[in-house]
Design a protein around this ligand. Structure first.
Ligand SMILES: [Zn+2]
Length: 506
């Protein structure tokens, strides 16, 4: 019997989180439909004819990475910015500062971000998308792009109901009132529709329509959401079993917003969330940098997940998260690549290496995370944020067939001393050869199979003059605001928030 929806990966070494992470065992992998059916030695002799056999010799088979924090809205802005503070960056890069984009641009940016991700072995993308001004057609275009490309997506619309000028510390009082209309956060309140109503209408319209798209909720961050807003999202998350992705304590200024605007919660954004009920295993807190020990305890006690984005956090001067504290206290740690305009790469190898290296640079004693810990964060940790920890993150029977084949003849793996350490410390992503998502080969020996990359490049080339024109306008405006923004930024950086997460600063 020749079953066309079966794939046999024959003769490779299969990375197993629970096995020998230095010298993974040789095993064949049988994929039936969207699932891994069997993993074991010499399967070829027993399974009969299959739709396709992939030669796994000199290959390492690894679980697909789960990028647990990303935004596709600025995917065309990679390489546009130097290392600038988060609050100056967001005014340049994020949708509320920009005129409305075209559907063609939404499609192109969604695809190029996801194509870059696939090339480095990311098989699941958590896209926390800002559609501003809100337009249901843009949601449709983005979801169709993911499904067509064949990458798994956990989709959340980013929403909030308090304007940026009200909650970024010192903006309102230090920036002239006639400039306030140019000040915005990652998302602003929608005009004419309650943001949660907009999200739930989209959820009702799209749920179950695309095999690769799961839904989640995306309140931007606690300080931009009123208590009743968060309480309603907590109820919806429970009712529909929807994961929740949110930023928290990313920059020092964001942390200071908690101290200034949440006095009834001791200035703690985490305690504010706990009071609204938006905490627990379905809640995923991106960045979590400026966390106090008692806040980490709350995350551990409630099973709340953190999603660390070490590369973008360095570039935006946000700081170093308490990585080891999270791991030692049993907080689930996932990894994200965050925005193309601040990370800038959609590359989990960079993220894993930075996770291990930053923890090393901020702790005197040797200790976690190990390379294998970083790989767990990039796979199983991310899967857990979506409630998919039993479906994704490992090459094991019964799981979704989301995996990559990595070329072990590359100099990065010669000599082959340790799969885990060479994946984390040596590999850069260029040796990801073949990627399978949901049982479909979407990257075949380095080439995307589902769309034309050259047509996508051509489409982006057509779009870029308009993007660059708008960027120039945004840049000019932010430059005029910069003296005021810098004063507010410096005042926030001089404040005491009870912890320090910046290297070399007292
Ligand atoms: Zn983000």
């Amino acid at each position: 019997m020749n079953r066309t929806d079966t794939i046999l990966i024959a003769g490779g070494r299969v990375y197993d989180h629970d096995g020998d992470t230095d010298q993974p065992a040789y095993a064949d992998v049988l994929i039936e439909g969207d699932r891994i059916a069997r993993v074991g030695p010499h399967l070829a002799a027993t399974v009969g004819a299959v739709g396709r056999t992939i030669d796994g010799r000199d290959k390492l088979v690894v679980p697909g990475f789960v990028n647990a924090h990303y935004h596709s809205h600025d995917a065309l802005l990679k390489g546009c910015f130097e290392t600038i503070p988060l609050e100056l960056w967001l005014l340049r890069a994020l949708p509320p500062s920009w005129p409305k984009r075209s559907k063609e641009e939404v499609r192109a940016r969604t695809l190029i971000g996801a194509v870059e991700a696939l090339h480095s072995g990311i098989t699941t993308i958590q896209d926390m998308l800002t559609v501003f001004p809100f337009d249901p057609e843009h949601v449709e275009v983005a979801l169709d792009a993911y499904q067509e490309l064949g990458v798994r997506t956990v989709f959340a619309l980013q929403i909030g109901n308090i304007p940026g000028v009200e909650r970024v510390p010192f903006w309102k009082e230090m920036i002239p009132p006639d400039k306030h209309r140019y000040l915005s956060a990652s998302v602003e309140p929608f005009a004419g529709i309650h943001p949660i109503d907009a999200v739930m209408a989209e959820y009702a319209r799209h749920r179950g329509r695309r095999s690769l798209v799961d839904w989640a909720l995306g309140p931007t961050s606690p300080e931009f959401c009123t208590p009743d807003f968060l309480e309603r999202l907590a109820a919806l998350s429970a009712e529909h079993a929807l994961p929740v992705y949110m930023h928290i304590n990313e920059s020092k200024a964001m942390t200071l917003a908690g101290r200034l605007f949440m006095p009834e919660h001791g200035g703690s954004q985490v305690k504010y969330l706990r009071a609204t009920g938006l905490i627990g295993p379905r809640v995923n807190l991106a960045h979590s940098i400026w966390m106090l020990p008692e806040e980490i305890d709350i995350l551990a006690e409630t099973g709340t997940n953190v999603v660390l984005n070490p590369v973008g956090n360095m570039k935006s001067k946000s700081g170093v998260p308490p990585i080891r504290d999270f791991l030692v206290r049993g907080v689930n740690v996932a990894l994200g690549c965050d925005n193309c305009a601040c990370s800038d790469a959609q590359n989990m190898f960079q993220g894993m290496k930075m996770l291990a290296a930053l923890s090393a640079a901020s702790e005197i004693e040797p200790g976690p995370p190990s390379a294998a810990d970083a790989l767990r964060a990039a796979t199983l940790g991310g899967a857990r944020t979506a409630g998919l920890e039993r479906a994704l993150g490992a090459v094991k029977p019964g799981r979704k067939a989301d995996l990559s084949l990595i070329d072990l003849t590359s100099p990065a793996f010669v000599p082959f001393n340790s799969a885990a350490r060479q994946l984390v410390f040596t590999e850069s992503g260029g040796d990801v050869e073949t990627v399978i998502v949901d049982g479909q080969v979407v990257l075949d020996r380095g080439r995307v199979t589902t769309i034309s990359e050259s047509e996508l490049r051509d489409a982006i080339q057509v779009l870029m003059p308009g993007v660059r024109r708008d960027l120039a306008v945004v840049e000019t405006r932010v430059k005029e605001l910069e003296p005021y923004l810098m004063r507010a930024y410096r005042k926030a950086m001089a404040a005491d928030v009870g912890t320090n997460r910046l290297i070399g600063q007292k």
